[in-house]
Design a protein around this ligand. Sequence first.
Ligand SMILES: Nc1ncnc2c1ncn2[C@@H]1O[C@H](COP(=O)(O)OP(=O)(O)OP(=O)(O)O)[C@@H](O)[C@H]1O
Length: 234
Amino acid sequence: MSRVELDRVVVRRPVVSADGTEHQVEVLRETSLTLVEQRVALVGANGSGKSTLARLVNGLVLPSSGRVVVDGLDVARRGREVRRRVGFVFTDPAAQLVMPTAAEDVALSLRRSHPCREDRRRAAVEVLERHGLGGLADRSVHTLSGGQRQLLALAGVLATDPAVLVADEPTTLLDLANSRRVGDLLLSLPQQLLLVTHDLELAGRCDRALLVDGGRVVADGAAADVVAHYRAHA
Ligand SMILES: Nc1ncnc2c1ncn2[C@@H]1O[C@H](COP(=O)(O)OP(=O)(O)OP(=O)(O)O)[C@@H](O)[C@H]1O
């Protein structure tokens, strides 16, 4: 399993007050964590800092102070290597589907591992088949359903075989059936998973959960316990 470490990490952001003056606020207060469990959920209210914490892990957000280290690699200094190890899935798959067809989109993820165009196409179709999307290889991504698009985005990220997958509310836009399907897939992956979610049933099935409130981790432990604490205090 991978090892994700936050060492006294603070994230500050500029905020403009009503009188037009700008000051810095800590959207993540000083946080130190070591994540070695396979499936870690991040739960908490809107605006509490979950996405900020998740985005630190692949360098989409850099610490204002402190260090984030993934398998010994400092995210601020070795960002490119870290991003090869850490895949990221967004809430809205439109944020990451950039090619015209499903097969071309997955093939884009495979350009490093499969330099030959024909091999790449074959490998992309295999990836799609593995995720039940085989029949959609040549479909325009714009004609796919929301559930199919999220599975495709996930397939594209998994095609690069990351050691860690960070998923930021990946089921929020999905109906019940697709939400279950994507949730079950995420929890069955061999990768280390860092899952930001408002789905407390899904969070409760993880190994560990962190409850974030006001830019702080206020509860941390076995997922079922943290979810029960959140339900009781929300
Ligand atoms: N680039 C930025 N500039 C200013 N403030 C920011 C920036 N990014 C995040 N914030 C603020 O930091 C706080 C935490 O945001 P974050 O997106 O991490 O919360 P979240 O828990 O993921 O929320 P949600 O559940 O609504 O997605 C919020 O108050 C947000 O407005």
